[in-house]
Design a protein around this ligand. Structure first.
Ligand SMILES: NC(=O)c1ccc[n+]([C@@H]2O[C@H](COP(=O)([O-])OP(=O)(O)OC[C@H]3O[C@@H](n4cnc5c(N)ncnc54)[C@H](O)[C@@H]3O)[C@@H](O)[C@H]2O)c1
Ligand SMILES: O=C(O)[C@H](O)CO
Length: 323
């Protein structure tokens, strides 16, 4: 008998076909993303779950007595209750590497858009505001040859470095909880303590996972340490930043601008002051969202799921859950 699996997000046809070959599948058909309550109702018989973004909480697992594997279609797994999974012997997997270049591309897009005021100027042209030549008031700042500081030098951090160093001749420094001598040598990177990195960088990019240690690691004190002309980019998770402090720093000119893909509350509320500031570029958590990369991620997640259900070691077990 094939193991029963619930597929909680839409997957491409070839991924569905692969899963159906190996598993007895049920799939979420709704247009909107599945809610936690809807997911809980569908897990009573499931041995495997393929999921994108939903919280895997102790409460959800209580309604899934037969669950053996949770396969996340994402690299981040901060929304998985790892203790609850561990205590039930549930295998958890994720999708590293396959999205690195796509997320790095988007990070550069946010850097360029914030520095060259792309969305602000786009809106100005669209609303008929381009009357004569453009005055200095609309000039941006250079990305090329600027100083970039990356907090969290992991897989995606390195992909950002390649673009910044070799495409834009940027001077790149990083802060990480442990030094990366290999990356320092390959890319000519400078390692700085966080306060020093904040004080020296024209662009600060946050690229750590969300953990108890990184929660709100950037707040009022860190924004004060940044240069007044600094541009802050967050593609990690919204909760790594104190959003109220970010809003204040942007409103009172403590920093120049921000480019954001992630927020404390997602979807972000239309009332959030960040959406009303000209010096903020906002995206809806789409770092990895190209058709090709999302399809590749779904296939990696499907293989992780099938391997785990059939007793083989999946390629990408969540590190904290490894035996
Ligand atoms: N916006 C998006 O769509 C999107 C897409 C992909 C990943 N992400 C986020 O980016 C994160 C990073 O992804 P990755 O694949 O590069 O992960 P990774 O594990 O390869 O790299 C993370 C790095 O952060 C460092 N780090 C961890 N805790 C730290 C701390 N307290 N202080 C300093 N450094 C610390 C780690 O040592 C590691 O080098 C993911 O966990 C996810 O939250 C967001
Ligand atoms: O962690 C990830 O892979 C992205 O944020 C998509 O959820």
């Amino acid at each position: 008998m094939k193991p029963k699996v619930y597929i909680a997000s839409k997957v491409p046809n070839e991924v569905k076909a692969y899963l159906e070959e190996h598993c007895d599948c049920e799939m979420w058909q709704g247009e909107e993303a599945i809610t936690g309550a809807q997911l809980a109702e569908r897990l009573t018989e499931a041995e495997g779950l393929l999921v994108s973004g939903n919280a895997i909480s102790n409460r959800l697992l209580d309604s899934a007595p037969k669950l053996r594997v949770v396969s996340n279609v994402s690299v981040g797994y901060n929304n998985n209750d790892l203790d609850a999974m561990r205590s039930r012997g549930i295998i958890g997997t994720h999708t590293p590497y396959v999205l690195d270049d796509t997320v790095a591309d988007l990070t550069l897009a946010l850097m360029l858009a914030s520095a060259r005021r792309v969305t602000e100027l786009h809106n100005l042209v669209r609303s008929g505001g381009w009357q004569r030549g453009m005055g200095e008031g609309l000039f941006g700042v250079d990305v090329h040859h600027a100083k970039l500081g990356i907090i969290g030098m992991g897989r995606i951090g390195e992909a950002i470095v390649k673009r910044a160093k070799f495409g834009f001749d940027m001077d790149v420094a990083y802060y990480n909880r442990n030094r990366k001598p290999d990356a320092e040598e390959r890319f000519g990177l400078r390692y700085l303590q966080m306060d020093e990195l904040l004080a020296q960088s024209d662009f600060v990019v946050l690229m750590t996972p969300l953990t108890p240690e990184t929660k709100r690691m950037i707040g009022a004190e860190q924004f004060r340490l940044m240069k007044p002309g600094a541009i802050f980019i967050n593609v990690s998770r919204g909760d790594t930043v104190d959003e109220a402090a970010l809003i204040e720093a942007l409103q009172n000119g403590t920093i120049r601008a921000a480019g954001l893909d992630v927020y404390e509350m997602e979807p972000v509320s239309p009332e959030n002051p960040l959406l009303k500031l000209d010096n903020v570029v906002t995206l809806p958590h789409i770092g990895s969202a190209t058709a090709q990369t999302r399809s590749n991620m779904a296939m990696v997640a499907a293989r992780n799921l099938v391997d785990a259900l059939y007793g083989r070691e999946p390629q990408y077990v969540i590190p904290e859950l490894k035996a």
